[in-house]
Design a protein. Structure first.
Ligand code: NAD
Length: 545
């Protein structure tokens, strides 16, 4: 685990740092709070707003995400926050309702939202109380079908956006643009631009994401998609998604499970996790708030699953292995034979298995199959994380550099996946998570080989996902890391490294655990409705935005 080398971030937390950054208008990154067993949830209430006809089932799902519903101060007659005009929603012509629920707060209501039936006019919003700092605000905009109705999103969020706590979350729930209805498509696509812009301006370590519910062709699909979004909402509404912002995640009515088996382990176990990250809140504590675990959680969402992580000896892969083990999986840690000592040490700590193997070996899939079969008869989670860079401008790039990067980062992923799927080694209900990169979206000087390989991963995921779901009952998704503090990025020249760190909405690099938490969410049984998605873990990097 690389502790943060981000000296600038630490400097901005000092008195001279605060003075200078203010005077010079320099970025002032807010230290992000990651998940830790002593502090597993966001602090404060969750405000639910409905901008149009409500999504059936969404309120119930939110109430199941471990949040205790209560009748919040915003439900009736509360005063608006400072600076916000009273009745702003009504004034702007919007229709919105607010309901507050909070983490662990004593229930004083039923949790049922007093929203109007679909199609009826919703009453104007009442603004929430002044004093509340909301941990999260969720706006249900799934019912918006016309651009004029977008005003309700403005009306809902305008009075409360300043009340979102530092490090809090804003989630807009929309639905997929309908290719047969250009009015609905315009309105729903507009939410994407809205979310991306709010993510860039909101600051303070807050994140803003769009959850797109895909109802599919079946009647009642929207409610089903809302049910399938539970694991995604749990992730986005937790400290685990600290470095995921400006993203659109689509969830369809795929196979999913309920709260009991998609819940995150909270508060118990993980004796190796450092305490103190919560108390200090400083950059160092945040940087070390990883899920360094020595035990496998028997009650975690991945309990009983067997996972294979390639490139697990260090960097992001080691953190992925630790996080999957924290959530209950038996992890097979694959890395090149030269890294066997590190992979074995990690596997030993996690109660997993080391597999020294070059993933480009012609018999790699067979050897994985043999290791998996010996262990548990089948594989449930396949994480393609191994990757390398061999940077040169194209004019200076040898065929050898090109081939090596393409083979490790892309071709081996296809070869191994094909064999494990076709031979039934990857079981029904399985999860494949590949590793792309923002370089595969935006391109990068000196990285024609690397960016090609990572863009190839995106093509692979999008094409295979529907077929793998239909034929094998397996989902295929990718994480696309931005600037993550690892040995790979530590080797980048200083000026480029510093630019990479700051050029995102959170003005800092991510940590391996940010990618690991995203992978663990996609690996859950409860994430069966998430398929074919490329989720950027980049703090909303400006590159490729
Ligand atoms: P890293 O170099 O720290 O770790 C990569 C691991 O892959 C190493 O343990 C290495 O031994 C292993 N590996 C390399 N070739 C292999 C092979 N042929 N067979 C088996 N294992 C092999 O890199 P990282 O920063 O942790 O990156 C992990 C993944 O994330 C890579 O796919 C990388 O492209 C991607 N990524 C990283 C960043 C970042 O900022 N660090 C950004 C975007 C994408």
């Amino acid at each position: 685990m690389v502790s943060t080398a981000d000296r600038y971030l630490r400097f901005t937390r000092t008195a001279p740092g605060r003075f200078l950054t203010r005077r010079l208008g320099l970025p002032r990154p807010e230290p992000l709070r990651r998940w830790s067993p002593v502090h597993p949830e966001l602090d404060g209430p969750l405000l639910r707003l409905t901008a149009a006809a409500p999504c059936p089932g969404l309120a119930a799902v939110l109430a199941r995400t471990g949040l205790e519903p209560r009748t919040g101060p915003g439900t009736a007659g509360a005063a608006p926050p400072p600076g916000a005009p009273a009745g702003a929603a009504a004034e702007a012509g919007g229709t919105a309702r607010v309901t507050a629920v909070s983490h662990g707060a004593p229930a004083s209501g039923t949790g049922a939202e007093a929203t109007p039936p679909p199609g009826s006019a919703a009453p104007a919003a009442t603004a929430p109380a002044v004093s509340v700092a909301y941990a999260a605000v969720v706006v249900d905009a799934t019912g918006i079908r016309e651009p004029e109705e977008l005003r309700a999103v403005h009306a809902a969020l305008h009075p409360v956006v300043r009340t979102v706590a530092t490090g809090g979350r804003v989630i807009v729930a929309g639905t997929v643009p309908d290719p047969d209805d250009h009015h609905q498509a315009a309105a729903q696509q507009a939410l994407d631009g809205f979310v991306r812009s709010l993510g860039k301006e909101i600051g303070g370590g807050r994140t803003v994401n769009l959850l797109r519910l895909d109802p599919g062709p079946a009647p009642g699909g929207l409610a089903e998609a809302a049910g399938a979004a539970e694991s995604t909402l749990r992730f986005l509404l937790s400290p685990k998604s600290a470095y995921v912002s400006g993203q659109t995640v689509t969830v369809g009515p795929g196979r999913h499970t309920t709260a009991t088996d998609s819940g995150s382990p909270t508060g118990t176990g993980n004796p190796g996790s450092p305490a103190g990250a919560r108390a200090t809140g400083d950059a160092d504590a945040a940087a070390t708030a990883t899920v360094s675990t020595a035990t496998v959680s028997p009650s975690g969402p991945l309990a009983g699953r067997t996972a294979l992580v390639t490139g697990a000896a260090g960097g992001i892969g080691a953190s992925v292995a630790e996080t999957l083990a924290r959530d209950g999986a038996h992890v097979i840690c694959l890395d090149v034979p030269a890294a066997e000592a590190q992979a074995s040490a990690l596997a030993g700590r996690l109660g997993g298995t080391a597999l020294p193997l070059d993933i480009t070996a012609p018999d790699a899939a067979e050897r994985i199959a043999a290791a998996v079969t010996a262990r548990s008869g089948g594989l449930d989670i396949l994480v393609h994380n191994a990757g390398i860079t061999r940077d040169r401008r194209l004019a200076n790039m040898s065929a050898g550099r090109w081939d090596q990067v393409l083979d490790i980062n892309l071709s081996s992923v296809l070869r191994v996946t094909d064999r494990l799927l076709e031979d039934g080694v990857l079981r029904r209900g399985g999860r494949i998570v590949a590793t792309a990169s923002i370089a595969g979206i935006a391109g990068n000087t000196g990285q024609t080989n690397y960016a090609a390989s990572k863009a190839g991963i995106i093509g692979f995921v999008r094409a295979l996902a529907p077929r793998a779901a239909a034929e094998y009952g397996v989902t295929v998704n990718a994480v696309a890391p931005g600037f993550i503090e690892t040995a790979m990025t530590a080797a980048v020249p200083f000026a480029i490294r510093e630019a990479g760190r700051r050029m995102n909405s959170l003005a800092q690099g991510g940590l391996p655990v940010d990618v690991a938490e995203t992978t663990a969410w996609l690996a859950q049984d409860g994430s069966g409705g998430v398929n074919g998605q490329i989720v950027r873990v980049c703090g909303q990097s400006l590159l490729g935005a």
